[in-house]
Design a protein around this ligand. Structure first.
Ligand code: GDP
Ligand code: IMO
Ligand code: MG
Length: 429
């Protein structure tokens, strides 16, 4: 039995939530290993939609769900999201939900700082989700974060907050903002600690025990490999590593536990927020993809930018995340298009290249080189078997596999859980 890591292979919103939910039926444990409530994962089950940001998607199937140390946790959001899901009939108890004791917390000052930086519009707006993700990771790496375990030791919490504020108040003075009192942060944290501490656990030990029992562990990535802090379109990225290797560091289970990497891949490309997007379409085709694909951000309600499938980017992601196979999603959104373009290479300053260069300037200058395929007049929407797919749709899927160098393991043909075609079972591979 294999453990499976799910990662987004583009700029996020590839359909990870749907696929993780579908795979959860075969898994025993579902683990989030990076990011925070900047994620927006949608599950649709018999017409009912669930939107998760911080909590693992496995909760909806009642699977043991774990928030690893690599995640930044906003404790107030944690409680709110739990209440929202309970309101939809999902049972959540400390028996099935665990949060790593060593996970760093997102505080109100992180949210505020995120928003202020975005509004400063210094010419390098990232278009973040304004949820405090970046500032919280900065404090983690800066060794001054408040971690979940600190809430269980209220006697020593105050000096930790004061240390954190030495940094933040210096920053705030420089920005002309009012300083924050340690008492205010203390109250912010102690007012919620009773509601989150029952879920705290030593996640690395829980996962080790599960692994030794032979349990199947499913790692739920957030964002996508092109938003990775190292490998993405820096600086237009998120503040965590989103590639599959992070599943080990962000959960406390070593890399030998990661067997199969499933790259969730949209049949076209979208991006929300600023940054380069070589295949972006500003025309009616882009509008068509946005409308038919309902490309609106789950958390922020922002319109997602849309474009053709970019095989250069996904081929790169297959390598940086060591992708074994992909789950191809939203093929149905291409139904009815006369022709479909696929980006197979770039032109950069008169030369052809087959990778995304690291330089911000070069990333903005690359021009896509397209191959054009015939579309299909039949429909793939709601297809539940390979045999139902029109011949041209099969050709498109095969072409993508060849270009990116990875096979399709799952194919998704609508938002509904059941509209999923299994080609290779990642847990059995
Ligand atoms: P995630 O962040 O990767 O989990 O993806 P999101 O939930 O943010 O965005 C994916 C959107 O596409 C959601 O609204 C899903 O319900 C929807 N979706 C997922 N798979 C499919 C599919 O195969 N076809 C269609 N039409 N929609 C899909
Ligand atoms: P899921 O898990 C798409 C983007 C933001 C912004 C950049 C940095 O649903 O795929 P941040 O708030 O993380 O500092 O923002 O990253 N971003 C996402 N885009 N899907 C996501 O998550 C995203 N999470 C962050 O739009 O461009
Ligand atoms: Mg999303």
């Amino acid at each position: 039995m294999a453990n499976v890591v799910v990662v987004g292979s583009q700029w996020g919103d590839e359909g990870k939530g749907k696929i993780v939910d579908w795979l959860s039926e075969r898994a025993d444990v579902v683990v989030r290993f990076h990011g925070g409530h900047n994620a927006g994962h949608t599950l649709v089950i018999d017409g009912v939609s669930y939107k998760l940001a911080l909590l693992p998607s496995g909760l909806v199937q009642g699977k043991l769900s774990v928030i690893g140390n690599g995640v930044v946790v906003d404790p107030h959001h944690f409680v709110q999201e739990m209440e929202k899901l309970r309101g939809q009939g999902v049972t959540i108890t400390p028996e099935i939900l665990r949060v790593a004791d060593n996970a760093p917390l997102i505080l109100s000052l992180h949210r505020e700082l995120d928003g202020i930086r975005e509004d400063a519009n210094s010419g390098l707006r990232i278009g973040t989700t304004r949820r405090g993700i970046g500032p919280a990771y900065e404090d983690k790496v800066g060794r001054r974060a408040i971690r979940l375990v600190d809430l269980s030791e209220p006697d020593t919490l105050m000096p930790k907050i004061e240390r954190l504020l030495t940094h933040h108040n210096a920053l705030r003075r420089g920005m002309g903002l009012a300083e924050i009192s340690a008492e205010a942060i203390y109250t912010e944290l102690t007012s919620i600690s009773d509601q989150i501490l029952p879920f705290m656990d030593q996640v690395w030990r829980v996962l080790d025990a599960k692994r030794r029992e032979g349990a199947r562990i499913l790692f739920e990535g957030a964002q996508g490999a092109l938003l990775d802090n190292d490998h993405g379109t820096y600086p237009f990225v998120t503040s965590s590593n989103t590639v599959s290797g992070q599943a080990a560091a962000g959960s406390g289970l070593g890399p030998t536990a990661l067997d199969y990497v499933l790259g969730i891949t949209k049949a076209y490309t979208t991006r929300v927020g600023e940054g380069p997007f070589p295949c972006e379409l500003d025309d009616e085709i882009g509008q068509h993809l946005a409308t038919v694909g309902r490309e609106v951000g789950v958390n922020t309600g922002r319109a997602r930018r849309c474009g053709w499938f970019d095989a250069v980017l996904v081929r790169q992601t297959v390598k940086t995340s060591g992708i074994t196979g992909i789950a191809l999603t939203k093929l149905d959104v291409l139904d009815g298009l006369k022709e479909i373009k696929v980006c197979v290479g770039y032109e950069l300053d008169g030369s052809r290249i087959d990778y995304l260069p690291a330089s911000m300037g070069a990333q903005a200058r690359v021009k896509p080189l397209y191959e054009t395929l015939e579309g299909w007049s039949g429909t793939t929407a709601g297809a539940r078997s390979w045999a139902e797919l029109p011949a041209q749709a099969v050709k498109y899927v095969r072409y993508i596999e060849e270009l990116i160098g990875a096979p399709v393991a799952l194919l998704s043909t609508s938002p509904e859980r059941a509209d999923t075609i299994l080609v290779v079972d990642p847990f059995q591979d």
